[in-house]
Design a protein. Structure first.
Length: 286
């Protein structure tokens, strides 16, 4: 009798008596996250004034013309809030995508080659992990002032080493299972095994890791703005808005409180969704 080995992604899992149903991300958190992302990406289109023009006295209280008042230079806070999130979100998304691509490639490659070569590859990637993430951002962003590409690269280099380890750990048991050897024995190429068997079975961990790295990328990008790195000083940026308006907190709270609350809101919501996704993937793999 011949036993046919099938990969886990193609094998139906029997239902376990009493097993809890998979929990989906809470609708409220998902809706809030979507709204904040839309505000960040589409906000510049709805700005009532130029975010860089000095229109009134500094730290003017909210009124009919300036819904959130004015900032330290007399610019409209509402317009700067609407225009200050796009750079942070797009930079974080680009850095996360780059880190995910590097982590997936390096992690799967480290799992597919010999154990010694795989360990050597991971050790080389670990050399980046020992450098503080903020230091990587500071060096690249300060070395290439105003460069979006430098900030994206810094975020990717700071988060990719952790993705590499996670995805190698996810790919190792898949490659060590019997169906991979059976696929290679019947003549399938390594590329076909990678495309048809390995990648589908590590898609869940890869997606979860990407969501978690996005939270870290948002923190790093906002921190870079808070330190005055990234785009030019006149360009709106939620992180920079917090730092430059804190000295006037006793005169007007909205210029620093509005961007700070949006940064906290998007970080918390994305973190909650990432945690729920990790929980769902973990229950599905159990």
């Amino acid at each position: 009798m011949t036993t046919v080995l099938t990969p886990p992604s193609r094998r139906a899992r029997p239902s376990r008596p009493g097993a809890p149903a998979r929990r989906r991300p809470p609708l409220f958190t998902a809706v809030v996250t979507l709204l904040v992302l839309l505000l960040a990406l589409l906000g510049p289109l709805a700005a009532p004034h130029s975010p860089t023009a000095q229109l009134a006295a500094p730290f003017q209280q909210p009124d009919g013309r300036f819904l959130l008042g004015t900032d330290v230079l007399g610019r409209d806070v509402a317009s700067r809030v609407l225009g200050g999130g796009r750079t942070i979100v797009l930079t974080a998304l680009a850095g996360t995508a780059a880190a995910g691509a590097v982590g997936l490639t390096a992690g799967v490659l480290a799992a597919m080659v010999s154990r010694r070569l795989g360990d050597l590859l991971v050790r080389c990637v670990d050399a980046l992990a020992v450098v503080p993430a903020l230091l990587v951002v500071l060096v690249l962003a300060a070395g290439f002032p105003g460069s979006h590409a430098a900030l994206v690269t810094a975020v990717a280099l700071a988060t990719a080493p952790f993705s590499t380890r996670v995805l190698r750990a996810a790919a190792d048991p898949v490659l060590d299972s019997g169906y991979v050897e059976a696929a290679l024995a019947r003549g399938d190429t390594r590329r076909a095994v990678l495309r048809q068997d390995v990648l589908p079975n590590i898609a869940g961990p890869a997606l979860t890791d990407t969501a978690l790295r996005l939270v870290a990328a948002l923190h790093l990008t906002a921190t870079a703005g808070f330190l005055g790195l990234g785009p030019g000083g006149a360009a709106p940026d939620w992180g920079r808005m917090v730092s430059e308006n804190v000295p006037g907190a006793t005169l007007a709270a909205t210029p620093f409180l509005a961007p700070a609350l949006l940064l906290i809101l998007i970080s918390v919501c994305v973190g909650l969704l990432a945690g729920r996704l990790a929980d769902t993937v973990g229950r599905g793999a159990a």
